[in-house]
Design a binder for this molecule. Structure first.
Ligand SMILES: Cc1cc2nc3c(=O)[nH]c(=O)nc-3n(C[C@H](O)[C@H](O)[C@H](O)COP(=O)(O)O)c2cc1C
Length: 182
């Protein structure tokens, strides 16, 4: 189980990309529990253009890990979830909606004590359609490789608030003295 966190802030800040997994089965029921939470993600017009594929077969997981060198972390995963979006159901917003659903799913998995990493799909969408028999109108927006964490990675550095925030007008940056340190 995940170590207990004591606040929403701590919970959000403690999500990491987990790429090393224990050799322990993650049940479909637990994954369904996470998907059940993820389906409450917001979407444009509440169209919910997303669907989810759960993959547990080792052979298929290996095929997914082989689509790109950066997809290799899938190899040790107990399960993989593909987040798909249907362009026809939400033509303007489907990619954004899919990214939000995938993020909700990642946070839900973290909440349930599971580790996950988002693996890029957008370079290899046709390959993924081929491997998983996904129809053309569906875009696989994310692969989440899932398992019980076997590592506790340090937080990677983030850009500072100063770099990121403009106040009222573009270019009007925050003053250093007003910023909190983390
Ligand atoms: C859209 C997206 C694509 C990503 N693709 C990969 C990937 O292909 N392989 C990988 O190991 N990590 C991938 N990641 C994970 C990022 O590398 C990671 O989120 C980032 O380095 C920050 O680390 P953290 O998640 O531990 O905070 C991806 C993350 C996102 C949001």
């Amino acid at each position: 189980m995940r170590e207990p966190v004591h606040s929403c802030e701590e919970f959000l800040l403690s999500r990491r990309s987990i790429r090393a997994f224990r050799d322990e089965d993650v049940s479909v029921d637990l994954i369904l529990k996470a998907i059940d939470i993820a389906r409450y993600a917001p979407s444009s017009g509440n169209r919910q253009p997303w669907e989810f594929m759960i993959i547990k077969s080792k052979d298929r997981i290996k095929e997914l890990a082989d689509i790109h060198p950066w997809a290799r972390p899938a190899l040790g995963a107990s399960a993989v979830v593909i987040v798909l979006v249907n362009e026809k159901q939400s033509p303007v917003s489907y990619i954004v909606d899919g990214a939000i659903a995938a993020t909700y799913l990642w946070l839900a998995l973290h909440c349930l004590g599971l580790g996950a990493v988002w693996l890029q799909t957008l370079r290899n969408t046709n390959k993924l359609r081929e491997i998983l028999s996904i129809p053309q109108e569906y875009l696989p927006v994310a692969i989440l490789a899932i398992g019980y964490p076997a590592e506790k990675p340090k937080t990677k550095p983030r850009k500072s608030l100063e770099e990121l925030v403009h106040v009222e007008e573009f270019g009007n940056k925050l003053l250093k003295k007003n910023l909190s340190k983390r």
